[in-house]
Write a protein that binds this ligand. Structure first.
Ligand code: AMP
Ligand code: MN
Ligand code: ZN
Length: 887
């Protein structure tokens, strides 16, 4: 607790952040460190020690509880814990972050502290990103937003690094591989990227190794051209119309295409038995091919069909794209390494599904969580029969679970991490980067062998642990990619994390900036971090600059799109300034201890993270916590004496509901021409709440390749089709039969019901029941008190003064008995917004259908794991939040 009682780690942190120290020693970089390298070395050493030490602590649960029963241990933990918190607080303070780490009263616990740390990490890393760019000579404000011509890629070694790297060679230096003005690969994509605010729909249209055929929704996509209604209608609308026409179940579109196959996957005994690890070939002696043509890809597919296992990894870029792009796929067999240019072959990669979903071939990945999602999102690929070495490492309880640790442990290979943050869009791929990428998969099959043997040994030859790894890996395969969905409440999730008390104007600015950023990022296909980093957005919201120049001043360096659209932003800020000024602090208070922190889907920097937080079914907290709740006409909060909150609510809240037009009568519809009906349908579809479930752009089908009978793809497609056709036919027939039977049964039941009804009516005619009598009496006595039933639904449990006048008006209006709008106040509109719904039975395309058993425990875990650092700036991969536990 005493600040005098600092430990080494704390001291070194303080040293590193003390600017005075620098002036004292003019030669030394920092007192005691002659240059950056020396300091970094020391820093990394300390971090390593600390990490190791924390790994040695007794595990949470019984172990910890046992130790904790000794007062000595308890005291030691308290003291050390406080020191650590102090150290962290000081670092945060230095970076102007919220830093109430030790404030026991104000923080409810670990979770909030964790949030603070994550947020601070984000801020610090964003700053690091900016500084690295500056050191790099990148002045982004002077960069064109979109480079016009192609410039050859350059490997940039930042100046502060160059000094220290006299030794040359690989060791010691840390280089950021990045190229300036890389042509945007998105421009070359045959299928345009779909950044629309609609849920992701699987790209798959043909399903090899199917046990259950692909729903026809997917398989008929490629015959869209033949559908008459498509002729002059945008693809998305055509899909919608087609969908309504064929009455297909919307759920089909969001089911994991290989759910059934994965559910029915059993690991063959051969994979649970002990085998001798097969040594890898030295990397230098291994044949390597870079694959960038369809022909080569097809050849690779054939090769993969012949082996019984292969290793896979992906490289990804996220800074200059809204959703992120898969740049490379590495594949290693026992004999060969391949790197596939997934930017070039993006729309053809699906042919690898033949091997990837073949249950008798083992696919070895390390930490496949993100890969599984990227495969689905960009390449339409799925994996059946995965062995994830990261999962194995966890089951084996190894000291660390990163790939470089496994490489060191099993292969004595020092992995070269310099390229981790490289910009993987660079083409042609520099040799160094190819070498690094290869090493990610080259050793993996041998590591898989070793881990398998070890898992068996651990369990005295019993397959239990090994089976456990297969199961965990299968669960990774079941993950579904979910696109980040923007809702009117998205900004609150980010804003809440800031834990700053904004007044109404600031909050409004933040909300508007957030929407502006999301829209622009989708439109320009840039990450939100590239458009406007969160910390700058907060600065602007806090300052509410009166002039456009003030907005520029809040940003350093100024993001190109901010500079370009500063006038727009100025209007946004002005709009916020026009809000009535109220302190929002009261509104931020939440009932103590009642509402757990909601594990929200982080849509900010981690498009891939959205699927990670699914299991929890905590109550929605936003309505209680914050003044703005949109999308709900009337809140059902308990009456609150806090009139200020009420005031804010009535000032800020705006209902976002549009009631859909009443369906027209049949006669009117019939009098319309075909064109009119079509137009009407289109218009209606814009207001269809299910609109967002529908695809906005069709699944890409490489028409030429697929329908050209001479092409290899055609052949492959045919092969799969033939395989699944039979099955499909069988299923169709049995479904038909079942349907007919069900119809018959329903008809019978209806007839019987009708009969019963009639006989009941008959019996009633003669008898006047007690209730009828009572109703008649009541009618005579109190006509005045009678209420129109539809009013009930509209009355609000709690009305503010301002609303009351409006209510009175409403009450005077004559009740329309014939028109009964759907009562949206009762419905859970969240289901349309992509956030979690309280009611689990509600259909939610973003919900994982699996992993429900993990619920409570895992819900916590995933929540925290899914958050990590965001990176900003540079042309490297910084720019999104993700979970990087493995390297
Ligand atoms: P890996 O599986 O380690 O090869 O990583 C795959 C991709 O994840 C890389 O190409 C990066 O885009 C991203 N990535 C991995 N580690 C990090 C990290 N520490 N920070 C940011 N991005 C990372
Ligand atoms: Mn990987
Ligand atoms: Zn990799």
């Amino acid at each position: 607790m005493d600040s005098s009682n600092q430990n080494d780690a704390a001291n070194s942190c303080l040293q590193s952040t003390n600017p005075d120290a620098r002036e004292q020693e003019d030669k030394e970089f920092l007192p005691g460190y002659k240059d950056v390298d020396a300091f970094v070395k020391y820093g990394l050493g300390s971090v390593l020690l600390a990490t190791k030490a924390s790994g040695g602590l007794p595990q949470a649960g019984d172990d910890f509880d046992f130790y904790r029963s000794f007062p000595g241990f308890q005291e030691f933990c308290e003291v050390q814990g406080d020191q650590l918190l102090l150290c962290m607080s000081q670092i945060m303070q230095h970076h102007n972050c919220r830093s109430r780490m030790r404030d026991r009263d104000k923080l409810t616990g670990l979770e909030e502290r964790f949030d603070l740390v994550v947020d601070s990490n984000d801020v610090i890393l964003e700053k690091v990103g900016i500084l690295l760019d500056e050191a790099d000579g990148v002045n982004r404000s002077q960069q064109p937003v979109m480079p016009a011509g192609f410039q050859p890629p350059k490997i940039v070694v930042s100046s502060w690094n160059r000094k220290g790297s006299g030794s040359g060679g690989r060791s010691g230096t840390f280089r950021l591989l990045q190229a300036k003005n890389i042509p945007r690969p998105q421009l070359k994509f045959k299928e345009k990227v779909d950044n629309s605010n609609t849920p992701f729909i699987p790209k798959i249209f043909i399903k090899p190794n199917a046990l259950k055929p692909l729903p026809s929704y997917f398989t008929t996509k490629h015959i869209r051209k033949e559908r008459p209604e498509d002729l002059d209608v945008p693809a998305a609308l055509a899909d919608l119309i087609h969908q309504q026409r064929t009455q297909e179940h919307i759920e089909y579109m969001f089911v994991h295409p290989y759910q059934f196959e994965l559910d029915h996957l059993t690991v063959p005994d051969s994979l649970l038995a002990k085998t001798e690890p097969k040594m890898y070939k030295p990397l230098e002696e291994t044949s390597y091919s870079f694959i960038e043509t369809l022909e080569d890809l097809v050849a690779l597919n054939e090769k993969l069909n012949e082996v019984s296992e292969f290793a896979v990894d992906l490289e990804h870029h996220s800074y200059r794209s809204f959703l992120g792009v898969t740049c490379l796929m590495q594949i290693s067999t026992r004999e060969q390494d391949f790197i596939i240019d997934t930017l070039e072959l993006r729309t053809e990669m699906y042919i690898l599904n033949e091997a990837f979903t073949n249950p008798s071939k083992v696919k070895v990945f390390h930490g496949a969580d993100s890969d599984i999602e990227w495969l689905q999102r960009d390449l339409g690929l799925y994996v059946v029969n995965l062995f994830d070495t990261h999962q194995a490492s966890r089951v084996l309880n190894l000291a660390r679970n990163s790939l470089d640790h496994l490489l060191k442990h099993y292969c004595s290979v020092d992995s070269d991490k310099r390229y981790q943050l490289a910009d993987w869009r660079i083409r042609p791929l520099p040799d160094e980067m190819a070498h690094y990428a290869r090493s990610d998969t080259h050793y993996l099959l041998y590591i898989y062998d070793c881990m398998k043997a070890q898992l068996l040994d651990f369990n005295h030859g019993q397959p239990g642990l090994l089976q456990n790894v297969w199961n965990k890996s299968k669960n990774v395969c079941l993950k579904k990619y979910a696109k980040p969905i923007f809702t009117d409440e998205s900004y609150l999730e980010v804003q809440k994390k800031q834990k700053r008390s904004f007044n109404t104007q600031q909050l409004a600015a933040f909300r508007l900036l957030f929407a502006w950023r999301d829209k622009l990022a989708r439109q320009e296909d840039e990450s939100t971090g590239y458009v406007l980093p969160t910390h700058m957005m907060i600065k602007i919201s806090e300052e509410l600059p009166k002039e456009p120049q003030g907005i520029i001043a809040c940003c350093n360096p100024v993001p190109p799109l901010v500079r370009q659209q500063v006038n727009e932003l100025h209007l946004v800020v002005q709009e916020a300034r026009e809000m009535p000024l109220l302190k929002a602090e009261i509104a931020m208070q939440k009932p103590k201890g009642l509402i757990p922190i909601k594990k929200t889907e982080v849509t900010l920097f981690g498009p891939h993270d959205t699927s990670r937080v699914h299991e929890c079914n905590e109550p929605h907290s936003s309505a209680v916590e914050l003044p703005v709740k949109q999308g709900v006409l009337f809140t059902d909060d308990h009456p609150n004496s806090d009139t200020d909150v009420e005031k804010i609510r009535s000032l800020v809240a705006s209902a976002k509901i549009t009631l859909f037009e009443e369906p027209e009568t049949k006669e009117i519809q019939e009098s319309l021409s075909v064109a009119q009906i079509k137009a009407r349908r289109i218009i209606e579809s814009f207001e269809n709440p299910f609109r967002m479930y529908l695809p906005s752009s069709g699944v890409h089908v490489n028409e030429n390749a697929k329908f050209d009978p001479s092409s290899k793809i055609f052949e492959i497609s045919k092969r799969w089709k033939l395989q699944s056709m039979e099955q499909q036919q069988r299923e169709l027939e049995s479904a038909k039969k079942a349907k007919e039977e069900a119809k018959k049964r329903a008809k019978k039941a209806a007839e019987e019901r009708q009969k019963a009804k009639e006989s009941y009516k008959e019996s009633l005619q003669n008898v006047s029941t007690v209730r009828q009598k009572a109703i008649e009496c009541a009618k005579v006595a109190g006509n005045k008190r009678e209420r129109v039933p539809s009013e009930d639904g509209e009355s609000t449990p709690k009305t503010s003064k301002k609303l009351k006048a409006a209510e009175k008006k409403k009450a005077k209006a004559p009740p329309q008995e014939s028109f009964k709008p759907f009562d949206y106040s009762q419905s859970d509109l969240k289901v349309f917004s992509g956030s979690k719904s309280k009611d689990n039975s509600q259909f939610d395309p973003n919900r994982q259908s699996h992993n429900s058993k993990k619920k409570k425990m895992a819900g916590k875990k995933t929540g925290s794991e899914s958050r990590s650092m965001s990176y900003l700036a540079g042309s490297s991969n910084r720019g999104f939040r993700h979970n990087w536990p493995k390297r």
